[in-house]
Design a protein around this ligand. Structure first.
Ligand code: ASP
Length: 351
């Protein structure tokens, strides 16, 4: 064998060994995954606590659908131009945070004290970097604060005044807290305050509370870019009538958000305490990585078995590096949508 061929074979073996050592046992090698992947793809949700079909007006449905289409358009513009999954997730969630229809940014639910405290998280699947914020009060786009924690700090999770101060230091846009208010969320708080006693009894009985439409509405996005990288983000006002600086799953990496190129990107919505306790977003990854489950098997098992058995209501969106999309939920509805390069696009509200 000529010397050059020996050298080439050695380099090839070394390269293969290095690539394999980065792939954990039970995970599909990246080369197989990318073969059938669309050029890019993305999936979004606008919360599992939809307005129930009987209460939905055509105007409201049109408004929600238009906002979701605009969000998908914003993300697709980034992906089509060869931008990163992270940029697409941020651009998409900005549109949902700006819309009064969702429990994130403008339209966030009210705390027991009658203010809006917003949480968000962000994760990139190629390097497992993550950032999250809890309890923001004046930052217009909480998702950008989460991303700034990822990009510009050595931390993963900042909360309260410190998180707000950090976001301001990063030059993020601030607004008067009154900006976030929408009347129907304020009324939902009043209703929750009046019905608190009854509601507490229902929670203690571990039953699905009837007014989940007032409680959820978090937004999330997972994107797959042309380089095969995944990113996921989630943004929320939390749950109506929350107190004691309560944080749900949305700012908790592994609970409300997770992304790993080797498996999937995930964003959750629902009763946060359950999603934290069952590490829902990470559980999707773990079932795929260690159990060899497909994305669909993993997502269905978590949402329709684990969470249902526990009494945890909600749903999630997830996207793997092959471009497979899942959007399971165990509530009456979940605002959800996805698109893939080539024109495939869908937006759904109910089952
Ligand atoms: N998961 C969020 C929380 O518990 C609520 C939601 O999804 O709307 O804070």
């Amino acid at each position: 064998m000529p010397r050059s061929s020996v050298l080439f074979a050695f380099l090839l073996l070394t390269f293969t060994a290095c690539s394999e050592s980065e792939t954990m046992e039970g995970e599909e090698p990246a080369t197989e995954e990318t073969q059938t992947a669309p050029e890019y793809a993305m999936v979004i949700h606008g919360g599992a606590g939809t307005i129930l079909p009987d209460d939905m007006t055509p105007e409201r449905a049109d408004g929600i659908r238009a906002a979701m289409n605009a969000a998908l358009d914003a993300g697709e513009a980034v992906l089509k131009a060869g931008g990163t999954a992270a940029d697409a997730v941020e651009a998409t969630i900005w549109v949902l945070e700006d819309s009064p229809h969702f429990n994130a940014g403008k339209g966030a639910v009210f705390t027991n004290a009658g203010i809006n405290e917003m949480d968000a998280s962000f994760m990139t699947g190629h390097d497992l970097q993550a950032g999250a914020v809890g309890g923001l009060t004046t930052i217009k786009h909480p998702i950008s604060a989460a991303r700034a924690v990822l990009d510009k700090s050595e931390h993963v999770l900042l909360a309260g005044k410190g998180a707000n101060d950090f976001a301001i230091e990063q030059g993020l846009e601030t607004v008067d807290p009154a900006y976030f208010r929408v009347d129907w969320r304020w009324e939902a708080l009043q209703k929750a305050l009046e019905g608190e006693k009854v509601e507490q009894e229902q929670i203690q009985g571990n039953r699905i509370i009837e007014d989940i439409d007032h409680k959820y509405g978090t937004v999330g996005c997972v994107a797959l870019d042309k380089s095969g990288n995944l990113a996921a983000g989630t943004s929320t006002g939390g749950m109506t009538n929350k107190r004691y600086n309560r944080l749900g799953d949305s700012p908790i990496i592994g609970a409300g958000t997770y992304a790993n190129n080797a498996t999937a990107g995930v964003s959750c919505t629902g009763w946060g305490e359950y999603f934290i306790r069952y590490a829902v977003a990470y559980d999707i990854h773990a079932r795929m990585a260690y159990g060899g489950a497909s994305l669909e098997e993993a997502a269905n098992a978590v949402v329709h078995e684990t969470l249902v058995e526990a009494g945890g209501t909600g749903g999630l969106i997830a996207l793997d590096a092959k471009g497979n999309v899942v959007m399971p939920f165990n509530t009456p509805g979940m605002y959800r949508g996805y698109l893939k390069a080539g024109g495939e696009r869908e937006i759904e509200f109910y089952k």
